[in-house]
Design a protein around this ligand. Structure first.
Ligand SMILES: [Zn+2]
Length: 240
């Protein structure tokens, strides 16, 4: 059976908490959209509510290109640093903002940190899929159900795609189905001279765009099937 690959794009302000600019949305998102168009693959964009309110035209451009929009909290504050009521308010506000554009059923928490006890909050808001977990943080993390939610972990951290090709490809070859890749649009903006943690800034700009393109082509050579997260066979199975 073909390997399922989801390209996902987490969208918020540039590299929080270090920067509070939006160059990723303004300059990086068009580069990501162009690349996905060139490669002819659909993706899932996890957006904060704040971003959708500031940049409604970007949300529309994502949808018009046939991609999925998922929730990513409202302000990109970390869920593991809030109480239940604050977490509920973050999810509720961002979901209402995004659903003014389209149906929303997939979620990823900022920094991939979602305490287990907050999973019912996603259920309350009608989410079907959560991609907050990370295989590279929890060894052998795999797809599992949590009530009516399907949890599909991200496979590899975004900066790993920017590693030298031989190292990156060795890492990619070890990923298991479904492969969930993620990038941020600010990675496609040259941030190499910004005061950031090294893994946030190294090989940003054109090298990051090329790395994503090479990664997509790596999986194309393996006859992978590319889809939005909501189209994963396991998610479609949930709806039957
Ligand atoms: Zn994020």
């Amino acid at each position: 059976m073909a390997l399922n690959v989801c390209v996902t794009v987490d969208m918020e302000q540039d590299c929080p908490p270090y920067l509070d600019t939006w160059r990723g949305v303004e300059q990086g998102a068009p580069i990501a959209l162009e690349l996905l168009h060139e490669e002819g693959i659909p993706a899932t964009f996890f957006l904060t509510g704040e971003l959708a309110r500031r940049f409604p035209a970007t949300v529309r451009a994502i949808l018009e290109a046939g991609h999925e929009v998922g929730g990513h909290g409202d302000t990109h504050r970390r869920f593991d640093r809030m109480d239940t009521e604050a977490a509920r308010a973050e999810i509720r506000k961002s979901t209402a903002t995004l659903r003014a554009f389209c149906p929303v059923e997939s979620f990823r928490a900022p920094n991939q940190q979602l305490p287990e006890e907050y999973l019912p909050l996603l259920d309350e808001e009608g989410y079907r899929l959560d991609s907050s977990a990370a295989r590279y943080k929890v060894p052998r993390g795999r797809v599992c159900r949590a009530g009516s939610l399907l949890r599909v972990p991200a496979s590899v951290t975004s900066s790993a795609l920017r590693l030298p090709a031989w190292l990156r490809d060795a890492l990619l070859a070890r990923l298991r189905d479904p492969v969930v890749l993620f990038v941020h649009p600010w990675e496609f903006v040259d941030l190499t001279r910004e005061r950031l943690r090294y893994d946030c800034r190294f090989r940003t700009g054109e090298p990051a765009r090329r790395s994503l393109q090479e990664t997509i082509r790596f999986f194309k050579r393996r006859d992978a099937s590319f889809g939005r997260m909501r189209d994963l066979p396991a998610v479609r199975g949930l709806r039957v």
